[in-house]
Design a protein around this ligand. Structure first.
Ligand SMILES: CC(C)(COP(=O)(O)OP(=O)(O)OC[C@H]1O[C@@H](n2cnc3c(N)ncnc32)[C@H](O)[C@@H]1OP(=O)(O)O)[C@@H](O)C(=O)NCCC(=O)NCCSC(=O)c1cc(O)c2ccccc2c1O
Length: 266
């Protein structure tokens, strides 16, 4: 797929900053991803990986409401899946891998709500800068889903077991100041300074040895890479669960703007 064919993602190389900016561009759905969005994100990361002008990648969302609201629950409620993809498979695991494996630092510039699978994306990024109004949290158990593996075990590495379980079991949204206090975010800035801060970090990274950064990123990853095995198991389970009556009750309740009724499944 060529960058010019993208519909769900914007891809821009800012040569003067040595940075590629990847923007999830579905603001009417709070930048929720469907299968096509995930395909385009993977493609964009591959472009950034191969491009020698690029030292660092910034991942962000279009508009000021959302970074990414995870899977497109409306699409799932309507069709039972996250829609068509290039190869017929929903490649979210591959997207997680490429954010970790690309040998260049990835900065999440969180411009609004980061929830569900969108929260997992920022957690996987090497650094996170957040706007003051950004909010963070999980939602899977409310909509009949779970983005576990890196989304649970790696999250626990970042914020600690109690807080990770609090995030997943209570499903509250946390403000940017709390996220910074918990070590979930590196820095919080006023919204109008968000991209400039991310670009400033990108320029600094661009002035450093790419080989040293590559070794450092891979050495950070090596210590938690076994969590990829948990992700495999979790996504195998999720594929079965998401289509079940219980899973679909969550998605349909969200689309119908009503509370879900999971009581028959206890
Ligand atoms: C994100 C919110 C907390 C925002 O709440 P707020 O009150 O500020 O705004 P609204 O609720 O009014 O939303 C505005 C507008 O956006 C639409 N929208 C929001 N999120 C989504 C979404 N995820 N999909 C589709 N559309 C969305 C919303 O309907 C409104 O539109 P209107 O037309 O009605 O105005 C809150 O919106 C919220 O909690 N959203 C749902 C978040 C969520 O549950 N995400 C999915 C979690 S599951 C997941 O991410 C997931 C990840 C994976 O990796 C998977 C892998 C494999 C299988 C399944 C996976 C999976 O399910």
């Amino acid at each position: 797929m060529k960058v010019e064919e993208f519909t769900d993602v914007a891809y821009e190389v800012r040569e003067e900053d040595a940075v590629a900016v990847i923007t999830v561009n579905r603001p009417d759905r709070y930048n929720a991803f469907r299968g096509r969005t995930v395909d385009e994100l993977i493609n964009a990361f591959k472009h950034a990986w191969a491009d020698k002008r690029v030292a660092c990648v910034i991942l962000t969302g279009a508009g000021d409401k959302a970074f990414c609201a995870g899977g497109d629950v409306k699409e799932r409620a309507e069709t039972g899946s996250y829609g068509e993809t290039e190869w017929g498979t929903f490649e979210i695991e591959r997207l997680h891998r490429i954010i970790r494996d690309i040998p260049k630092p990835v900065i999440a510039a969180v411009n609004g709500v980061a929830v569900g699978g969108g929260h997992v994306l920022h957690v996987l990024c090497d650094l996170t800068v957040a706007a003051e109004h950004a909010r963070f949290g999980q939602s899977g158990p409310r909509v009949g889903s779970f983005d576990a593996g890196f989304g649970s075990a790696y999250l626990a590495r970042v914020v600690g077991e109690k807080r990770a379980r609090q995030i997943w079991f209570l499903l509250d949204l946390y403000d940017a100041a709390t996220a910074e206090r918990w070590g979930l975010v590196n820095q919080v800035v006023p919204a109008e300074q968000l991209m400039e801060k991310a670009l400033e970090w990108g320029r600094r990274i661009g002035s450093y040895s790419p080989t040293a950064l590559r070794f450092l990123k891979h050495s950070f990853n090596a210590d938690s890479d076994h969590i990829g095995g948990l992700s495999h198991l979790a996504f195998d389970g999720l594929e079965l669960f998401a289509h079940s009556e219980e899973g679909m009750e969550g998605a349909q309740a969200f689309a119908e703007k009503r509370p879900p009724d999971f009581s028959p499944y206890r």
